[in-house]
Design a protein around this ligand. Structure first.
Ligand SMILES: Cc1cc2nc3c(=O)[nH]c(=O)nc-3n(C[C@H](O)[C@H](O)[C@H](O)COP(=O)(O)O)c2cc1C
Ligand code: SF4
Length: 606
């Protein structure tokens, strides 16, 4: 191993004080500096952190943004998500391929530039979008892609290709990615002085904080809608001197980017909510798990942590509360949707592959490093801070039924006003579409791929926990969109993102996609619909974590809402004898590709 790499790894290990739980940070450092993590680097990291080599290699091979093989010095990753595809990502991919002379997934022959698809990067309102060496490039089109590729091949650094902007850190981050907040509601985006919720609102009695959160019926905004007060109460009751608060900022569900806007526009409120939670449950340590794709906004969040330490809102006697010591650090992810699942997230924070844990015990009992741990969504912490600051009365007048207050939506797809919207709970989907300019929609994907594809017949349903619950992703699909193609793309996402631990999810999703694609290709049989239904339900009920328990939803909800669209693509009985189920020519081409052989004989040429 060369001396430079040796020194680099030693300094990374020193930076985390030799803590093996901080493996992710060490690997990230090596990946960023070297462009890959070589076998020698893996050996050295394992020895330095006193970890089994297999654990280090397991981590390097698990996360999309780590690589055990050399990549180009410049790394282009084009977002492979439905909103970006609707906006023309395929044409952008073709332009990059032409200009670089490589296919997606390849590196230029001089080892300079790598080009690849990557799962949704949270820039769906600015698509087609790409990350180049982690920097965001928005609203790409073929001409822009060719120009970018040309400059990169000529030796320009990605940093030189983003516009230089002066001003504050916030100005610079906003110039990289406009937050695109279309409606600022009073709860998350309303104004609040730094520390107001913690100093006065949270008061002296920790038990009263939880009572107030419970009284407001605050439910988590990360998708599952679990009551926040109950979660905090469980953590408070869990025995132990040391407890942990984790902010889940891993939003990776395609079509979701509301947390991105909150972290840029209101990072203080997120940390305020975390600090209030820590005060209520008796925690000392806070972690913001920030998805690797949002590295470009990390300095802004770090600056807010520093400012709050300076202002006495973090650290010893935080918020003027004697004996209350709370600190927050950022843990960066490295590209793995499953790490949004709270126990997988904790595994990742501890330096392992993001494989979900068996539950119980739940994180509130035994979470990060075995300590009682509260995991909440970015938005949930903001709402908690607002509740402490302004009280429940100001929120209660908004919303419908049990769903009070506001919800943030990430809106993308075929609508006039994509972006982030803070709206009161309880709008019907039809009213929502009018607000965002998506009146002509033929369907809306509510809650991302793990949610449901809602047909026009259900547009009178209300957006709230009781009817149409959503973590926030709203993808509008307009006339002419192929809903089976959309469902297939979502299934491809789950196939890619399954951690592979359990068979129903690892194999079942691939089988669902394969059968769906057969129908798309006009080769499906009527019995395939029952097969999809049955297999989908099996995957849902036998998978270990929320990923597999929801991954068949694109197929199942499309089948329920749009059965005639499937039926129209099926082989009719009279065609059965003539149409082969098996595409021999395609299979031969695939075999030739895998073997690297030249074509010999193709049945369609015979
Ligand atoms: C595959 C998968 C991905 C998830 N991704 C996220 C995420 O990105 N952000 C989030 O807050 N919750 C996510 N969740 C839900 C979390 O496990 C957890 O319920 C949530 O962070 C709790 O916060 P809340 O109660 O404030 O909603 C995900 C769950 C699954 C199964
Ligand atoms: S359901 Fe899928 S993602 Fe979840 S543990 Fe099983 S294989 Fe992993």
């Amino acid at each position: 191993m060369n001396d430079q790499l040796e020194r680099r790894i030693a300094s990374q290990i020193e930076a985390v004080r030799g803590d093996p739980g901080r493996l992710m940070d060490v690997v990230r450092g090596v990946q960023a500096a070297e462009g890959w993590v070589s076998p020698e680097a893996i050996d050295r990291i394992a020895a330095g952190l006193r970890l089994p080599r297999v654990q280090v290699r397991g981590v390097v091979t698990f996360y999309h943004y780590f690589s055990a093989r050399p990549r180009g010095r410049v790394d282009i990753r084009l977002s492979d998500c439905v909103p970006c595809r609707l906006a023309g990502a395929d044409r952008v991919a073709a332009a990059f391929e032409r200009a670089l002379g490589v296919k997606m997934g390849e590196t230029t022959h001089d080892g300079h530039v790598s080009l690849a698809w990557t799962s949704c990067i949270g820039l769906c309102d600015h698509g087609p979008a790409a990350l180049i060496d982690g920097l965001p490039f928005l609203r790409l089109d073929p001409a822009k892609a060719e120009a970018l590729a040309g400059r990169l091949l000529a030796g320009a650094a990605p940093r030189d290709l983003v516009p230089a902007v002066g001003g504050s850190l916030l100005d610079q981050v906003r110039a990289l990615v406009p937050s695109n907040v279309r409606a600022e509601g009073p709860v998350v985006f309303g104004s609040m002085e730094r520390g107001a919720g913690l100093r006065e609102g949270a008061g002296d009695r920790t038990d009263q904080v939880i009572a107030r959160i419970k009284a407001a019926s605050l439910c988590g905004r990360g998708g599952a809608g679990f009551p926040t007060g109950l979660k905090w109460a469980f953590a408070r009751q869990s025995p132990g001197e040391r407890k942990v608060i984790v902010c889940n900022a891993d939003e990776g569900e395609p079509g979701t980017f509301k947390d991105r806007a909150i972290l840029v526009e209101r990072p203080g409120r997120v940390i305020e909510g975390m600090t209030i939670a820590a005060w209520a449950v008796g925690a000392q340590e806070g972690i913001i798990y920030l998805r690797g794709e949002y590295d470009w906004l990390k300095p802004l969040v770090q600056a807010e942590i520093d400012a709050r330490l300076e202002a006495g809102l973090l650290g010893p006697d935080a918020g003027g509360k004697p004996g209350f010591h709370f600190e927050v650090r950022i843990q960066s992810g490295a590209g793995a949707y499953v790490c949004g699942e709270e126990s997988a997230l904790i595994e990742s924070c501890e330096g392992r592959r993001g494989c979900p844990r068996h539950r119980p015990p739940f994180p509130v009992q035994k979470g990060y490093r075995g300590l009682p741990t509260v995991v909440n969504n970015v938005e949930t912490f903001c709402v908690a801070a607002d509740l402490m600051h302004r009280g429940y009365a100001s929120v209660a007048r908004l919303g419908a039924g049990q769903s009070r207050g506001t919800k943030l939506y990430s809106v993308s797809g075929d609508c006039a006003r994509p972006g982030v919207w803070e709206l009161p709970f309880g709008l019907t989907l039809r009213e929502f579409l009018e607000v965002v300019g998506g009146e002509g929609a033929i369907a809306v994907q509510v809650g991302g791929p793990s949610g449901r594809l809602v047909p026009p017949a259900d547009f009178e349903k209300r957006l709230c926990f009781e009817e149409l619950a959503t973590g926030g992703s709203m993808i509008v699909l307009g006339p002419g969109r192929d809903l089976l193609e959309v469902a297939s793309a979502f299934m491809g996402f789950f196939v890619e993102e399954s951690c592979g631990w359990c068979v129903p999810c690892r194999v079942g999703n691939a089988l669902l996609k394969e059968r769906l694609d057969r129908i798309r290709a006009g080769q499906g049989l009527p019995e395939d619909l029952a097969y999809l239904d049955e297999l989908g339900e099996t995957v849902k009920t036998t998978s270990r974590c929320g990923l597999g328990q929801t991954s068949p939803n694109p197929v199942l909800t499309a089948l329920r809402g749009f059965r005639s669209t499937f039926e129209a693509r099926l082989l009719r009985d009279r065609d059965r004898g003539r149409q082969p189920d098996f595409d021999l020519a395609a299979a031969l081409r695939e075999a030739e590709r895998v073997q690297g052989r030249a074509p010999v004989f193709h049945p369609e040429e015979a």
